[in-house]
Each structure stands twice: as C-alpha cells, then as structure tokens.
Design a protein around this ligand. Sequence first.
Ligand code: ZN
Length: 413
Amino acid sequence: MDVVDILEKSLEILKAYPLCDSCLGRLFAQMGYALENWERGFSIKTMLHMKLVTLFRQGVDVTTDLKSLARIHKPTRRFLSTIGITVEEAQCYICGGLLSNVERFAKEAVSKVDGIEFETFAVGTTIPREILERESEVVKKFLVSTGESIKHEINRRIGKELLRLLGRRVDKQRPNILIKIDLINGKIDIVKNPLLIEGVYLKLSRRISQAKKFGNVKSSLLEKLQYIRDMYGGVEHIIHVSGREDSDARMLGPGRPLVVEIKQPTKYKGLPHLYSDGDVIFIPLGFTTRDEVRKLKEKAKTDIKLYRALVYSDRPLSEEELRKLAELSGKTVVQYTPRRIKRLNPRKKRTRMVYEIVWRFISSHVFELYVRCQGGLYVKEFIHGDGGRTTPSVAEILNTYLEVLELDVLSIE
Ligand SMILES: [Zn+2]
C-alpha cells in the first residue's frame, strides 16, 4: 500500500464514518515507525485536505469529499465556511471522543496508589462493548489488515502515561499492584496482590502449633509471624508450610520451609528481619511465587525425614531386646488414620517407608530412637502402634506398651 492508496482508502472510510485522528491512524498502525496513531491520522487528514483544496481550486467538484472530511477536520471546516458552506463537527464513530485524552485515567489512577510502596504494576481496562463492536464493523467493512486494536492502543497509552508518572516497572505476569480501569463507568480500582515471603523456621518449644491454638499450646507460628504482616502493612496473613509436625514436637536442624502470605500489603519493598524468641526462629530468605508455594507443598510428600524420639516402656526392657528393632529398617508401614486425627476418615489407609531405625538404651524403661522415613509417616503411631492400627510398629516388635515422651524433627532431606 503506497501513500496514494492510503489517502484513497482513508477518504473512502471517512466518507462512511467520521473518525478522530487516533481511530483513523490506528487503521494504519503497522505502517511507519515510532509514530503514535493520532500522528498518522492527523497527517492523513492534512494530506487529504491539501489534495482536495487544490482540486477544488482547479475547478474539480470535490465538495462532497470536503464535507466528509470537514466533519472531523477543523481546517477543512474553516475552508468550507469561506465559500459559504457550514459543516457541523461530528463525534468519532468508533470511540466517541474517548481517545482524545485517555491519559486522564492514568492521572486519576496515580492519586489512588498514593501511600502504597510498590515496585511493579500492570494495567487492565474494561472497554465498552459498543466501542469494540463499532471498531470491528469498520475494520471488516474496509478489510483493514494494517491496524492495531483499540483495546491495545488504550492499554498501551494508559500504561505509557503511568510509566511516566510513576517511574515504576511494568510486570504483566506478577505485578505488585494491578490498576483496573473501567472505561464504562469511569471507576478505577487498585488490586493489591499478596506478597509471598519464603523462609525456614525452627521450633524449639513443645507448646507451639502451626496455626490453630488448642490444649496446652501457648502460641502458634502464625501468631509469631504477625510482625511480618505489620511490616508490610497487610490486612491479613496466612502461612503455607511444607508438611507439619505435631505441636508438641520440636523442629530442629536446618528447619522446615515456610511461606508467609501477606494479603493486601501497602508495602512491597525490603525483607523482614530474622525472628528469634526462644520458642521459634524464622529465617526469611526472599520473595517467592504462587508456583513455588505449590511445589513446596507437593515436595512434602516425597521428603525424607529424620526423627528423634524419647520413648517410655511399660515393661522393663533389656539392651539386648532392643536389637530386635533392626528388623524395622527398610520396612513398609501400613497405617490407618490415627485415632487422634478426627477430621480424616478413620478407615483411610496410608503406606510409608521406614528406611532406617537406630536406638540407644538409656534405662530399663526409657530408650531413644532415631527414625529415617518417608514424609507423611505418622511417627508416634509407628512407635506405639495405635492399638494395632499401625503395623508393623515398635511396640508390636518389643511386645510392650509404649509412650512417646518427646519427639523432634532433626532434618528434612
Ligand atoms: Zn476515535
């Protein structure tokens, strides 16, 4: 398509539909480089004006064409008025004038993000359906194949203006905040996306649960981590943990992965400081994504865990007798849901591996166990047998009644 074709096609379109500079120029958006659509439209109209006025002066009757152009071109209206023809200005058929200053929405949005400390953003717009329908009508009627969609132009222009005004980065995949502009009713909403902070925790107390408080639990991890929510000015925080230990079990060694999710934060910068109060240690590592949280939870199922347990036996045991435990190494353990877990179906069966078991005789009634096993094994039940619901078990092998006095997670591999 050369310049003459562009002018001819444009005149044909403008005779059918009055279009603003942007909407006309957008039909040729793929032509040229580094031009805004309104610049293309403005130039086309100027060229058409020059051509038609010249023809008119040469005595060619182009008044119909001039009248069509005059509807959306001020110099042409003024030219026609000098020869006694008055033409009313028309609104753009596609956008109705919206594109003349779509940037004003960006200015309004800026006042709404005041007070939020963010680094990345994205823009989403809702455009009136009639505008999209009118655009597709014009495009189809004139078989335009060189254009850009109006939605794209609006998003691009508002985005560009926001970039200029805010000086932050655009991140379409995972923005800190999403600026939603509804061009139907002019409403602007700011969606503050959650912030995900990953780290590891250690639990040194036997009276700390993950989230809920019950029995003689004195606090929860969730409660202890509220300082992170406060730091980011969120309205709520939740935690995502890779597996769990009982509230009376300690979590030692290198710790367990945990992600803190802050809902509707007003700040997205800076990492929280390390937390340590004698009961709990939390070591923040960095920001993470929803995808990583999913993987973290998935991984808990295939982890290998090392436990330490201090066990009390009803019947006095000899050091010799404990050697029988060797046969539990490499065994598959079948467990019906423990009686203490009421929320799960009691008839549900679980199968887990015990890779290795090591013991230490302390006294005739007390011994220590080290169990390396597949994640998800109910370790307490594996030791005391849960009234026969777990088999094989340590209690079954030793033929005694056992009580787990202490349980620690030493490492998660
Ligand atoms: Zn328009």
